[in-house]
Write a protein that binds this ligand. Structure first.
Ligand SMILES: O=C(O)C(=O)COP(=O)(O)O
Length: 973
């Protein structure tokens, strides 16, 4: 099938830039061709994407090997398979790919695009693009390319064969012979010479067919929605009805768009000549098949050839039955109907040409940024950068088509030498390309940072020339003179073994396996940890690791967890070690970064009475004052250990606290799975599961359990923590920029939501500490408000929803509540003074990230200070999920808001599942970075090359080094 040429996307919009004729080649190709003819012509320079160097492509539906090889020859990773993929499969897999190639069966729906967090481009290795949600793809900054004509000839030839076959009924005769029946006839069999062929849609296929049919002596009519130059003696008719009433054969060559659904239905079939034939090689839904069945049964239509169907199987060998399309068996039983399995474009020639054409378009987009011939995108290309032009970077900026964007971009570009620049728009999406000369690596980073943070940004990609890569190389060399860039990890040890085991965390398991396999020498995976003579990596959950092996083989065994790290991961230990640290280092960054905290051991509510006079004296005083002076201060009560947050309560008076504890005593088995800021267990299926696991937990750790489930049953000591509730959190509205493509909230409708920042950080050896720079914002489900409670209310009546920001129990919200912190640039700041409404900027985020890095470093220093509760080991590394809250202190003196980061807690084995599929890619990169930074150097033979100069504050592999401490001896080494 083809588009009728009326489809407007090859419009004149790009005219004047370059030719958009389907036969035109791109500037890159033309330069290449010219240079073959004349070696003196300037040569184009090869570019490469700066960030996605390890591009991954997914090709489905048996795309030609030529295309596979073309991509592989670029050094890209290609996964390919013969079958189509279902929507569910795609949603699961697409997140890891930068490009996808499909044919007509694989549907790229809005849901798939939402899950495609890394996807840069879609290639339809066919003509039709109805299987792709083109508008959503454009909004997501993803151009779609197809092959507008490479299979036209194959389809046209198939139609010619079908015209003759229908006219001579030879499918029927051939079938009878196969059944052993001789049935020689001439009745109702005709020559095609002199008959009229009506072509609906005079695009690439229709027009080819016109020429072939005339060579057979047929009279050709065509109908198209635009006026076109007829080829040969063909004649354009002014209506579909005229075409239908005059033609002996009607053949369809239109795309599937809303206007063409059931284009041929009962009325149109009735308008066709008695004894005429219908041929459809376009799209199944263009013909109303039950109506066709009726028309054939009545004898009005003498026969039909169908190659396409509303529902088609995704793989060869699949049945074509009534489950697929309710009328299949009835259709199959009709005489003189030719049914073929969508083979119109299935010839060696067509597939080879399509493979070349679409892989070429995808490669040009990925490496040069050119969108020429994209079907859903503004078509933009730039003259190639010539070989002798040094240190250029190409900016490819997909953005919202809205006023003022170019001003912003040009402000960013103004200090630079902009060699050339071009932009165009199509609907809501606009695309700008610019080549900037004489840039350094710092310039590149600055440009990327500033442009990608403009408010209209959809996607910013930077493509660099190889000489700029050389600059990067020099910079890297300057810092790490011994790093061999071709093999930056040095020589790996002769193979090593890996034990990976995450029984309750399947996502972690798969990411760890991937990250271990991506290490320079792929390890041999073991079922249990054993020292088998080779070096061993134990990258497993705390309970699965053989800690004796870690302690006993500090040269050969590397493990993914420190053994003793209570000081960090138990809230009451953390609070105590921070307190101790602050006594010694009163100027520490932690001074303002921890909420004031009291921890208490309590078994019965009435013990509180004594405590008010003793350890809780100043808290009690504070509360009385707050109540008396109407200060409206609130506190939060949390159980001492992170266990899905049971027992989290808000209170604002001594009485309320007393009631809370009495409530716990009464309610010994309520199994409340309250949401919390401090919980990192994997999501559990139901309340019973929680109770069972906690009961087990309780038996092992008597002093750290859930107060509300086991309060009375345990009659034991509960460790409880109380914090000054931070009442001035930074508030933003995530719905200002919804992630589901829905309408965004208007400025006047924005509501402030509380969120906490989930940062991943990894400690390595003894001890380097890194903060992963892709930080998540986890929003509460309801807008924030100061807790409101009437005096007679039970404390448990206070709704926690506006305050609690962990997403584990907000499953109904999908991924709306989970954002990359960087995505929030441009959001209005809804806390603080209404008069000075500001928006969150990249600089604010950088400030907050700096504070987080300092606070983290200090927290680990504090933990290292309590040697019995945290012991660093040279052969361990560990990933932590750290929760921060940003409080917003509006400053009267200046227009810039002041943010204060507060650390809430540190979790081991963080529940990364909560990130959700949209952002799973950040986790893939995280684990890959851990592999590169913490694991790989341990298994290097060349000790020398392991010692890199990586300064504190510097970011590599998205990991920012926050601390480098020399810890010796604590672990007995
Ligand atoms: O080119 C088209 O749109 C076709 O219908 C051919 O589809 P296919 O590549 O065979 O799935």
């Amino acid at each position: 099938m083809s588009h009728p040429v009326s489809i407007p996307f090859k419009s004149a919009s790009a005219a004047g830039v370059v030719s958009v004729s389907p036969t035109s080649s791109t500037l890159h190709e033309r330069m290449r061709q010219n240079s073959l003819a004349s070696p003196s012509v300037r040569q184009p320079k090869a570019l490469h994407p700066i960030e996605n160097e390890n591009l991954r492509l997914l090709l489905v539906e048996n795309i030609s090997q030529g295309a596979v090889k073309a991509f592989q020859s670029q050094g890209w990773h290609v996964d390919h398979q013969a079958k189509a993929m279902s929507e569910d499969e795609l949603v699961e897999k697409i997140g890891q790919y930068h490009a996808i190639g499909i044919r007509s069966k694989t549907k790229i729906t809005e849901r798939v695009i939402k899950a495609a967090s890394k996807l840069l481009v879609i290639g339809c290795f066919c003509i039709g693009t109805n299987q792709v949600d083109l508008a959503t793809a454009a909004k997501a900054g993803i151009p779609v390319f197809n092959s507008p004509f490479s299979n036209s000839r194959s389809v046209a030839e198939l139609v010619i064969s079908e015209i003759v076959a229908l006219s001579r009924q030879y499918f029927e005769r051939g079938y009878e012979m196969r059944q052993g029946l001789w049935n020689k006839q001439s009745k109702n069999c005709w020559e095609v010479r002199g008959k009229t062929l009506g072509i609906v849609g005079y695009g690439h296929i229709g027009s080819q067919l016109s020429v072939l049919a005339e060579a057979f002596g047929m009279r050709v009519l065509f109908y198209d929605v635009v006026n076109l130059m007829p080829l040969g003696s063909a004649r354009q008719v002014d209506s579909l009805t005229t075409l239908l009433t005059e033609s002996d054969f009607v053949t369809l060559h239109v795309p599937e768009i809303p206007e063409t659904l059931n284009l041929i239905s009962k009325t149109q079939l009735a308008q066709m000549k008695d004894g005429s034939y219908l041929i459809n090689n376009a799209r199944g839904r263009v013909v109303d098949i039950p109506a066709l069945i009726e028309a054939v049964k009545s004898g009005h239509i003498a026969g039909a050839a169908l190659d396409v169907y509303p529902a088609e199987p995704g793989a060869n060998g699949s049945p074509f039955n009534d489950q697929l399309n309710a009328w299949s068996s009835e259709l199959r039983s009709l005489k003189n109907i030719i049914l073929t399995p969508h083979i119109g474009g299935s010839t060696e020639e067509a597939q080879r040409m399509i493979g070349e054409e679409v892989s070429g378009a995808l490669t040009r987009y990925l490496t040069f940024g050119s969108t020429l011939s994209a079907v859903n995108f503004p078509e933009v290309d730039l003259r190639a950068i010539a070989l002798e032009e040094a240190n250029h970077v190409r900016i490819c900026y997909v953005h919202l088509n809205q006023p003022g964007v170019l001003k912003q971009v040009n402000e960013v570009l103004s200090p630079y030498n902009v060699e050339k620049q071009y932009s165009d728009s199509k609907g809501d999406t606009a695309y700008l390309m610019a080549d900037i000369a004489d840039v350094s690596l710092q310039d590149v980073n600055r440009l990327r940072e500033l442009i990608s943070h403009t408010s209209a940004n959809i996607l910013t990609r930077l493509l660099a020339c190889t000489d700029l890569a050389a600059i990067c190389e020099i910079c890297q060399r300057r810092q790490s003179p011994r790093t061999d860039l071709k093999n930056p990890f040095g020589i790996m040890a002769e193979g090593f073994s890996a034990f990976v085991h995450w029984p309750t965390a399947p996502l972690t398991d798969s990411l760890v396996r991937k990250a271990s396999s991506a290490i320079h020498t792929t390890p041999t995976f073991l079922d249990r940890p054993t020292a088998d003579g080779k070096k061993l990596l134990q990258w497993a959950s705390y309970d699965s690791i053989d800690h004796d092996l870690t302690l006993g083989n500090q040269v050969d065994v590397l493990s993914s967890s420190y053994i003793i790290r209570k000081a960090l991961i138990r809230k009451h230990f953390l609070s105590r070690c921070i307190h101790a640290h602050l006594l010694k280092h009163p100027e520490s960054a932690l001074r303002n970064a921890v909420p004031q905290t009291w921890d208490l051991d309590i078994s019965f509510a009435d013990e509180l009475d004594d405590m008010w006079a003793d350890e809780l004296w100043d808290l009690g005083k504070d509360m009385d004052e707050s109540e008396a002076e109407g200060k409206g201060k609130w506190w939060i009560l949390k159980p001492g250990m992170a266990d899905r947050g049971n027992g989290i309560r808000l209170f604002n008076s001594k009485d309320a606290l007393q009631k809370i504890f009495e409530g716990f005593e009464e309610d010994e088995s309520d199994g409340d799975v309250g949401d919390a800021e401090d919980v990192d267990a994997a999501p559990l299926k139901d309340d019973t599961a929680v109770v069972t696991s906690q009961l087990r937990h309780f038996v092992i750790q008597v002093t750290s359990f859930l107060i509300d489930c086991f309060w009375q049953r345990a009659h034991s000591v509960a460790l409880v923590l109380m914090q000054d509730y931070i009442l001035s959190p930074l508030l933003l509205d995530p719905y200002q920029f919804p992630v589901n493509g829905g309408p965004s909230n208007k400025p006047e409708d924005l509501k402030g939501y509380k969120f906490h920042l989930r940062a991943y950080c990894v400690a390595s050896g003894a001890l380097k500490l890194y903060l992963y720079t892709r930080i998540l914002g986890l929003f509460s489900s309801e807008p924030f408000g100061v807790p409101h409670v009437a005096p007679e209310d039970e404390p448990s009546a206070i709704s926690l929803a506006p305050h609690l920001t962990n997403t584990s129990l907000q499953t109904h919200r999908g991924e709306e509540g989970v954002r990359l912190f960087d995505e929030l640039v441009g959001c209005h700041i809804l806390s603080g003074d209404e008069q000075e409404r500001l928006t969150l900027t990249a600089e604010h985020i950088a400030d907050i990230q700096n504070q987080m890095a300092d606070v983290l470093a200090e927290t680990f220093r504090a933990a290292l200070g309590t040697a019995i509760h945290f012991q660093a080991l040279p052969n361990a590394f560990e990933l932590y999920g750290i929760d921060f809250l940003v409080s917003h202190v509006p400053s009267a003196a200046s227009t810039s808001p002041k943010f204060q980061v507060k650390i809430l807690e540190v979790n081991a084995e963080p529940a990364i599942e909560l990130t959700g599929p949209r952002l799973t890619w950040i986790l893939e990169d995280l684990f890959k970075s851990i592999g590169t930074v913490c694991v790989e150097p341990f298994f290097q033979q060349d000790e020398e090359s392991a010692s890199e100069l990586w300064a504190v504050g510097e970011t590599r592999h998205y990991l920012r080094k926050c601390l480098e401490a020399e810890v010796r001896g604590a672990g007995g080494w």
